[in-house]
Design a protein around this ligand. Structure first.
Ligand SMILES: Cc1cc2nc3c(=O)[nH]c(=O)nc-3n(C[C@H](O)[C@H](O)[C@H](O)COP(=O)(O)OP(=O)(O)OC[C@H]3O[C@@H](n4cnc5c(N)ncnc54)[C@H](O)[C@@H]3O)c2cc1C
Length: 402
């Protein structure tokens, strides 16, 4: 009997999700081409928590052992501090406890380093840069994509499988599901990178720290082997509505948001030379992630508020499952394989999306009885164990049973 022709797989978007998908597909014996609109792969954004449910898939790819080359292994996390004086409200030791519970350490990294790690494992021909997807059409026999380069030259590509890994403003999403409305959260995020030499010593510890205060909170942890401190501040948005990770903000505006806070917070802010600022929008889970030969993955499928630090981890879980579903499938079997992927992944990622809502209400309580009750609850909490459903999830087993 003639061997089935290899599947033609096109991945739109070369972010963490798209590259992870290409790598897991290769591991499943499938060749995929990643089409990325930028002319060089670069991660906007700065720090990222590489949670155990992201580290384990990286270990499957043989990449986790390289994390210590650039990432910082967390000794403690969820170190909640009071805004006014830095009093520690609670702290969660990580280290060996994390390994014992979830089989791996938890890291914090620069997103660009993580992206470079994934890219280093891909053969050069698998990535096509300067290819912006401008249209997509699904048909029974093959999907058709059109890409435009910077010079306006268009190329048509036919594929048996199209994976929309093109992020929060996905052009593939409308092919799969009715467009979802983005709901403004009323908040925005400032983000900066501070050279370690300028940061207060407490910010150099291998600890993810969250300062809680009325109406806003402030997060920091070291990245890039400790050479930089990543800062994210969530504050009321005012009239800021731009939802772009590359829009510039003003350090003076960020400073003004934290006037009166502990001096170490302001020292970190004042040590930054630039900041990005974007409005935070929430999205309701999609009703479907696939249609015919086209499916969605990562933020294109499940853009979420950043309060669980899980967007990329969920994208990588998607990649594991999608590759398992497509393994050994011929072109005719693609729609059923994508339906299986959707059935396995959508409920879990949607749950994380929904859980990520509303966190800020607790983090932003004004001083008073509710804040005191929250602080008591934090002191007796056990976030590492309470996160078992996230960090302990066995994505390989989910493929086997789904
Ligand atoms: C403040 C903040 C903090 C976060 N912290 C964490 C964290 O600690 N841990 C965590 O796991 N997650 C975190 N996340 C979420 C995480 O960053 C995202 O979920 C993740 O980067 C999504 O990856 P992706 O590949 O799906 O999309 P993206 O990273 O957005 O990549 C999409 C790619 O597609 C390309 N593209 C777009 N349109 C087209 C087109 N038409 N044609 C071709 N290419 C196209 C883009 O150029 C881009 O390269 C955070 C997010 C925010 C906002």
């Amino acid at each position: 009997m003639a061997k089935a022709a290899p599947l033609r797989i096109a991945i739109v978007g070369g972010g963490l999700g798209g590259l992870a998908a290409a790598l897991f597909l290769r591991r499943a014996g499938l060749e995929a081409t990643v089409y990325e609109q930028s002319s060089a792969l670069r991660e906007v954004g700065a720090g990222i928590v590489v949670a155990p449910n992201m580290v384990r898939p990286l270990a499957t790819l043989g990449l986790a052992e390289r994390l210590p080359e650039f990432a910082v292994q967390l000794e403690a996390a969820w170190e909640f501090r009071r805004w006014q004086d830095g009093r520690v409200l609670s702290v969660q030791p990580m280290g060996e406890e994390c390994v014992r519970l979830y089989g791996t350490h938890c890291y914090v990294a620069h997103r660009a380093d993580l992206l470079a790690l994934l890219q280093s494992a891909l053969p050069a021909g698998a990535l096509r840069l300067d290819q912006r997807c401008v249209s997509a059409r699904d048909a029974t026999d093959a999907a058709e994509l059109v890409f435009a380069d910077r010079g306006g030259r268009e190329t048509a590509v036919h594929a048996d499988v199209v994976i929309g890994a093109d992020g929060i403003h996905s052009v593939l999403r409308p092919v799969v599901a009715p467009e979802i409305e983005a709901r403004f959260s009323g908040l925005c995020a400032f983000r900066c990178l501070v050279p370690a030499a300028d940061a207060p010593p407490m910010a150099l510890r291998a600890v993810q720290t969250l300062w809680l205060g009325p109406g806003r909170h402030f997060v920091h942890y070291p990245i890039s082997g400790g050479r930089l401190v990543n800062v994210v501040a969530i504050v009321p948005a005012g009239d800021w509505r731009t939802e772009s990770w590359t829009a510039d903000g003003a350090i003076a505006d960020l400073h003004a948001e934290f006037e009166g806070w502990d001096a170490r917070v302001l020292q970190l802010v004042d040590s930054a030379t630039e900041t990005k600022r974007w409005a935070l929008y929430d999205r309701t889970p999609l009703a479907r992630w696939h249609a015919g030969r086209v499916c969605l993955l990562g933020d294109a499928a499940h853009a979420m508020l950043p309060f669980f630090a899980q967007g990329a981890a969920q994208a990588i879980e998607d990649a594991v499952v999608l590759a398992a579903c497509l393994r050994g499938v011929d072109a005719a079997g693609v729609p059923a394989a994508l339906a299986r992927y959707d059935a396995i992944r959508r409920p879990r990622a949607s749950e994380v999306q929904l859980m990520s809502r509303g966190r800020e209400i607790r983090n932003h309580l004004p001083d008073g009885p509710e804040q005191l009750a929250r602080d008591r609850a934090l002191a007796s909490g056990d976030p590492l164990r309470q996160s078992a459903w996230l960090y302990g999830h066995d994505v390989e087993a989910a493929c086997a049973s789904g």
